[in-house]
Structures are given as C-alpha cells and as structure tokens.
Design a protein around this ligand. Structure first.
Ligand SMILES: *[C@@H]1O[C@H](CO)[C@@H](O)[C@H](O)[C@H]1NC(C)=O
Ligand SMILES: *[C@@H]1O[C@H](CO)[C@@H](O)[C@H](O)[C@H]1NC(C)=O
Ligand SMILES: *[C@@H]1O[C@H](CO)[C@@H](O)[C@H](O)[C@H]1NC(C)=O
Ligand SMILES: *[C@@H]1O[C@H](CO)[C@@H](O)[C@H](O)[C@H]1NC(C)=O
Ligand SMILES: *[C@@H]1O[C@H](CO)[C@@H](O)[C@H](O)[C@H]1NC(C)=O
Ligand SMILES: *[C@@H]1O[C@H](CO)[C@@H](O)[C@H](O)[C@H]1NC(C)=O
Ligand SMILES: *[C@@H]1O[C@H](CO)[C@@H](O)[C@H](O)[C@H]1NC(C)=O
Ligand SMILES: *[C@@H]1O[C@H](CO)[C@@H](O)[C@H](O)[C@H]1NC(C)=O
Ligand SMILES: *[C@@H]1O[C@H](CO)[C@@H](O)[C@H](O)[C@H]1NC(C)=O
Length: 631
C-alpha cells in the first residue's frame, strides 16, 4: 500500500469513480425532475439554478439506507478518526471553529428522518456536520449531488491600504476572470466588461462586502481552523498557478448556493456606484456527467451500494493520477514581473542586488524530488545567498517528501520529522503482531516494520514496543522512513545556507504534507515564516491541517480487517487516520499539531499590485530576510 499523505479534495476520487461507473452501470434515462437540468448539459449549456434545485431536491429519503450510512460514518470516525475526542473540546485561542461532538450530531441527524426530509437534505446535513470539524482531510462527498460547479465568473480580492493618518483599512475589490471548464482564460480581466475591474465592492447581498465574505469563510469553508486562512480561500490568491477548487470559494462553489444569483454594490473610479447582479453559471465538474452515470435519476430501483462501485484497495490513488489531475486543474492567473525565471512555476532569482532565490513548491510528489534537489543546486551554483521558500497554495502530497526536503536543506539526523500515532482497536492488535512475526515490509498503517521509533529512529523490536500500553493509541510514537531512492538522492548534497538564510512565505494554504514541512522547518530549525493576506490586524497561521495522514474507509477497513468495509450509498468519506505531534529540544512531545495555533513570525497584506504578482511579495520577503525591515 502506498501511503498518500493528502489531497483531501475528493475530485481525485471522483475521477476514479467515473471511470468505474462507466464500466459498471447500464445506460438509463433521467427522472422527470431532472430532465431540464440534464438536457441543458447535453446541449453544453449551463443549468438553470431552479432546474437543478428541483432535480436535487426531488429524491425521497431512503430511511433505511440513511440509517446505514449514519451507522457506517459513525463507525469509521469513532474507530479510526484520530481527532474524534479532541474535536469535542473548545478551540485554542487563535483558531475559530465550533467544537463538534460527532456522536451526538450524527445521532440527532437520525431524528430528522421523517417524511418531509429529502435525500439531498440528508446528504447536505451530513456533509455539514463533518465540515464543522474544519479538518481539510476529513469530509464526506455525495458523488451525485456534489458533481456540479457553481461559478460567478468573477473573482474578488481584498486589499489593505494605509491612509494619511497611517491607519490601515481593509476593503474588497472585484476582478473579473472568465473561467472555462479547465484553465482560466483571462488574467484578471473581465472579457464581459473590463470596466468592472478593480472596482471596490461595497455590499454583497445587501450586507457590507467584507462581512459577507468573512461570514462565508467562517461558516462555509472547511479547509482551515484559522479564519484568516479561510478568508484567503474565499478570495482569489496571489499566485501564478493555483488549484481552483481550493480558492475563490465565495464565487466558485461546490455546493448548491442559497440563492440563484448574487448582487454586488460596486463603486468604480469612472462609473461611480451601481449594482451588478450575477447568476450562477452551473456546469458539471470536469469529466463528470452525473446524469449519464445513473446518479440523478428517480426510479424505484435500489440506490444502495451495490449500484455504485466504490474504490477498492486495488484502485488506490496513484501518484500519477494525482499529479495529472492537479496539472489540468491549475489555473494561470498572474504575471511574475519582478523576478528572473529559471524554471517557470518553480524557480526564480530576484532581479535586484539581494542575491535571493525563490523556490516555489506547489505540492509534495516524490517524482518531483529530483527537480527539488536540482533547484537548490542551481541556486547554489549561482551564488544565491538567501532563499525564499514560497509554499502558498500547496495542498500537500506524500509524507516522505517532507522528510526529504528537511533532510536536503539541513541534515537527516533523527528525529527528522514529527512523531505520529494511530488509533489501535482490539481487532487491529493481531494484525500488528502478524506483521511483526512475518517480518513483512508491506506499507501498511499497522505494520511496525515500516516505521522507526521516536526520537532516535531505531527499529521496533517487538509488536508491544509499537503498541504500547496506552488505551486506544500506540504509545510508542513513530517516524516515517525515507525511501531508498530518497536516500540515494540525498547522498553527497550539501548546501551553504543556514536557518537564517531561509524564509518561508505562504498565504496560509500550505496544507498537510506542506504543513508538516513548514512547521518542522519553523519549530525545529527556527526558519522564519511570513503569512500573507487574511483579516487585518490578526495574527495568522502559515500552514493548515497538518493532520498526519488521510485515509478512506475501504483502505483502513482492508488494512485493519474490519467487517464493515465502506459507507453505503453514494458517499465518499475520508478522514485523518494518523496524528502528528510537536516536540521540544529535549524530544519531549508537546502538542497535537492539528490543534495547535502556530501564527507566522511576520505578516504581509495584499495590495492592488501584489495581489496580482507574487514576485512583489518575494521582494518584501527578501527585505525581511536581509533584516532591512522588521516585521
Ligand atoms: C459539447 O462540448 C464538447 C466538448 O467541448 C464537444 O465535444 C461536444 O461535441 C459538444 N456537444 C454539443 C452537443 O455541442
Ligand atoms: C416540506 O418542506 C418544504 C420545504 O422545507 C415546505 O415548503 C413544505 O411545505 C413541506 N411539506 C410538508 C407536507 O410539510
Ligand atoms: C464564526 O461562527 C461561529 C458559529 O456560527 C460563531 O459563533 C462565531 O462568532 C463566528 N466568528 C466570527 C469571527 O465571525
Ligand atoms: C415507484 O414508487 C412510487 C412510490 O414509492 C410508486 O407510487 C410508483 O408506482 C413506483 N413506480 C414503479 C414504476 O414501480
Ligand atoms: C546561473 O549561473 C550559471 C552559471 O554561472 C549561468 O550560466 C546562468 O545564466 C545563471 N542563471 C541565472 C538565471 O542567472
Ligand atoms: C478490548 O480488549 C480488552 C482486553 O481484552 C477488553 O477488556 C475490552 O473490552 C475490549 N474492547 C472492546 C471494544 O472489545
Ligand atoms: C531495539 O533494540 C536495539 C538494540 O538493543 C535498541 O538499540 C533499540 O533502541 C530498540 N528499539 C526500540 C524501539 O526500543
Ligand atoms: C560522494 O562523495 C564521496 C566522497 O567525497 C565520493 O567518493 C563518491 O564517489 C561520491 N558519490 C557520488 C554518487 O557522487
Ligand atoms: C530540557 O531539559 C533540561 C534538563 O533537564 C532542562 O533544563 C530544560 O529546561 C529542558 N528544555 C525544555 C525546552 O524543556
């Protein structure tokens, strides 16, 4: 089993499901309620909001299936979700979310299974309960209802300006980008009406614009426990490339919006004040036509799990599937005008006398480790004195890349990563013992042979070494291991830079494996960090949902030997199966990283220029790095 660290976004799963569904399901007709929505798509037109709403809400609840679904979700989360208990506690100061008692919430959902509660209502309520965790690794996606994308065709950004009295003020501006289904066609320009560009948005839906976006970020976005990071995700990021599904979530949604259009009150330099109303443009997500695949049809056939083939362990996400997916969904939106390109998208030199190089890391794939090493070697050759690591818009990847990068820059002495653990159930103990007895080297959550003990990285000598005595947890924390390829790549590399020569800059969306990298460099190697954007006058995190590792039910079930193998119906669940801990200089474990608020050392805000060109931010970072400005 290849362990994939992140990519919480279930689009990855969807792609695989589609492939399977094509093979598995017979062709069939759409239901009456869905015929208008379905025929619009067949004509390559966007779907009318009311037609889709009518379709989605037309399916009656199958109370038996819903009960089984809740049972299975509760089973998987209570047996394997590492934050099941922690989620019940109040947030630490700095984070903004509500505590969630998953058992209570799921049980109270059952009370709603009465006649006037649609399958869509159920699916939405279930999804929202899990969203409240604000854990980007943990979500449930209904493969039929979540197959659409809702686009306003414009993007918003927020700038902070300083007035004559040196008072800072935050406002939101509009930029109009027209998206096709794949790549952004416009570069911060409105091909509909460019005169709307850079107008200030005063109100949205009759409320002050910033408050509307802040509320949306607070209530609807799930990918961070830090409200400032969620605020950034509601808006357009400053980056040359970004993954659409994680950004501008206010104007590009995955769930049916509450209203069919949004009204913006704008103030423009030339046109003055006026109101712009935009309808949602609704299409299905890339390559995923829910109507053709028998999802949204009203018939009396069973919709139970045997109709929808879920991922089996055989079909696990492979590295190439992931990287291909993300390549095609990346949008190019801005220019790099103030740095010299060495390698587009990943390596730059600042065009001043600072001798600073910029390494942009946008994901953690082991196939890119060669390039990563090459990037630093290039900078060394060019006599680069200081390094800016831009880890913005990075959704994570494989855990060993985190070990690789820290080993590359510093040393590989133990501990070279944060220790982690998993939940142990009675039925997983024989699994662990068997792995140990058979000296298996299979990559598995429960195989003690593929992990090293914390802190010194020695092998486990017995299964009880690994299991320990703590209730429901492995008590001996453990570390991941570099692969032999990685060890080979790390041979004979040495770089001149110390912690003082490196600075990390992110917009807060440095998730999962990326979070583990930035946190490790910051906490253990004292590399400075900068967070960009967010809400004015708040401290802000430079990373989000470090978690430990994501898993799907069937992966865990097959590994643990669980009798329950998946969530029934059309629901794809994923959750955090491993938790990572911070530790101090004495190698004493301190905190669960997912629940620790770690604000950046320095803070920058967006303005009208750097919101469209990240190289301006790199220059700011360089000044901080050279101690020319304090932060
Ligand atoms: C819809 O668009 C797709 C891809 O752009 C194209 O292949 C197909 O022929 C179009 N269908 C119709 C009915 O226009
Ligand atoms: C069912 O719910 C809808 C919307 O929540 C409501 O408009 C309708 O009156 C309800 N019907 C019954 C029979 O309660
Ligand atoms: C965020 O939402 C929660 C729950 O609705 C609410 O209690 C809290 O006050 C909100 N926080 C902010 C800063 O809006
Ligand atoms: C489908 O189910 C509905 C109600 O559950 C029933 O009224 C209808 O007759 C059924 N249709 C068929 C074709 O069985
Ligand atoms: C980096 O250094 C090499 C060798 O000195 C040189 O050929 C190359 O042009 C330099 N690259 C940049 C972007 O300055
Ligand atoms: C797990 O095993 C212990 C010791 O055998 C037992 O006391 C406990 O009840 C078991 N727990 C479950 C959930 O079966
Ligand atoms: C296993 O045994 C070796 C040799 O005695 C020891 O160095 C190592 O620390 C042990 N491993 C653990 C996890 O205790
Ligand atoms: C690594 O360095 C050692 C000693 O400097 C040398 O003997 C060896 O050939 C080098 N290996 C590679 C792969 O360059
Ligand atoms: C580490 O241990 C030493 C000696 O026990 C102690 O003085 C020091 O405060 C500890 N450091 C931390 C960070 O806990």
């Amino acid at each position: 089993m290849k362990i994939i660290q992140v990519y919480s976004n279930l689009n990855v799963y969807l792609i695989l499901f589609v492939t399977l569904l094509v093979i598995v399901l017979p062709p069939s007709t759409g239901a009456i309620s869905c015929s208008k929505a379905s025929s619009a798509l067949k004509k390559n037109k966007s779907i009318k909001y009311n037609d889709l709403k009518e379709c989605l809400e037309s399916f009656p609840l199958d109370a038996k299936l819903a009960t089984e679904t809740v049972d299975a979700v509760l089973h998987f989360l209570s047996s394997y979700y590492v934050f099941f208990d922690r989620a019940k506690e109040n947030p630490p100061s700095g984070f903004t979310y509500q505590r969630v008692d998953l058992k209570n919430e799921l049980d109270s959902l059952r009370k709603k299974f009465k006649s006037n509660y649609s399958d869509y209502d159920f699916s939405t309520d279930l999804r929202n309960i899990i969203f409240k965790l604000k854990d980007g690794h943990t979500s449930i996606t209904n493969l039929c209802y979540q197959g659409f994308s809702y686009d306003q065709g414009l993007s918003l950004y927020s700038v902070v300006t300083t007035d004559k009295e040196k008072k800072k003020k935050q406002s939101s501006l509009i930029s109009i980008i027209i998206f096709g289904l794949g790549i952004a066609k416009g570069v911060f320009e409105d091909t509909v009406d460019s005169s709307n560009n850079n107008c200030e948005v005063i109100e949205i839906g009759g409320k002050p614009a910033l408050q509307t976006i802040k509320d949306f970020a607070n209530n609807t976005i799930q990918y961070s426990k830090d409200l400032s990071v969620r605020f950034n995700m509601a808006l357009a990021p400053s980056q040359q490339y970004f993954l659409r599904q994680f950004f501008q979530q206010f104007t590009l949604r995955e769930d049916l919006p509450e209203t069919s259009s949004i009204k913006y009150k704008l103030t423009c330099p030339k046109k003055g004040s006026f109101t712009l109303e935009r309808k949602w443009k609704i299409t299905y997500k890339d390559g995923y036509d829910v109507f053709s695949y028998n999802c949204l049809q009203q018939n009396n056939e069973t919709t139970s799990s045997d109709k929808i083939t879920k991922l089996t362990s055989r079909d696990k996400i492979t590295k190439s599937t992931l990287s291909n997916k993300f390549k095609t969904s990346k949008s190019k939106v801005s220019k790099i005008a103030h740095a010299k390109v060495i390698n587009e998208g990943s390596l730059y030199l600042l065009n001043d006398k600072s001798k600073s190089g910029v390494v942009v890391i946008s994901g953690e794939q082991s196939k890119d480790e060669d390039d990563l090493k090459y990037s630093f070697q290039e900078l060394k050759k060019n006599g680069t004195k200081k390094i800016i690591l831009d880890l913005s818009n990075n959704p994570g990847g494989e855990i060993t890349v985190a070990l690789f990068l820290t080993s590359l820059l510093f040393s590989s002495k133990q501990p070279n990563s944060f220790p982690t653990d998993i939940i142990i159930n009675n039925f997983t103990i024989p699994k662990i013992e068997n792995f140990f007895k058979t000296k298996s080297t299979e990559d598995d959550y429960y195989n003690p042979n593929v992990f090293l003990s914390f802190p010194f990285g020695s092998h486990f000598n017995s299964s009880s070494d690994f299991i320990g005595t703590r209730k429901k947890r492995t008590s001996n924390l453990y570390l991941n291991v570099l692969t032999s390829d990685e060890k080979k790549l790390l041979k004979n590399v040495s770089f001149p830079w110390t912690s003082d020569d490196i600075i990390i800059i992110t917009n807060g969306f440095c998730a999962s494996a990326c979070a583990l990298i930035s946190l490790f460099l910051s906490e253990i190697h004292n590399v400075r960090t900068i967070a960009v954007g967010g809400l004015l006058d708040d401290q802000m995190s430079f990373s989000t949902y470090p978690g430990g590792e994501i898993a799907s039910p069937n992966e865990v079930a097959s590994s643990a030997g669980d009798k329950i193998t998946d969530v029934p119906g059309k629901n794809a669940l994923s959750f955090t199966v491993r938790e990572a801990y911070g530790f101090d200089k004495n190698n004493t474990v301190k905190d669960v990283l997912e629940y620790s608020y770690k604000p950046a050392d320095c803070r920058l805000y967006y303005d009208e220029k750097n919101a469209k060109d990240p190289s301006l931010l790199w220059h700011e970072a360089s000044k901080i790095l050279h101690n020319e400005v304090k932060c």
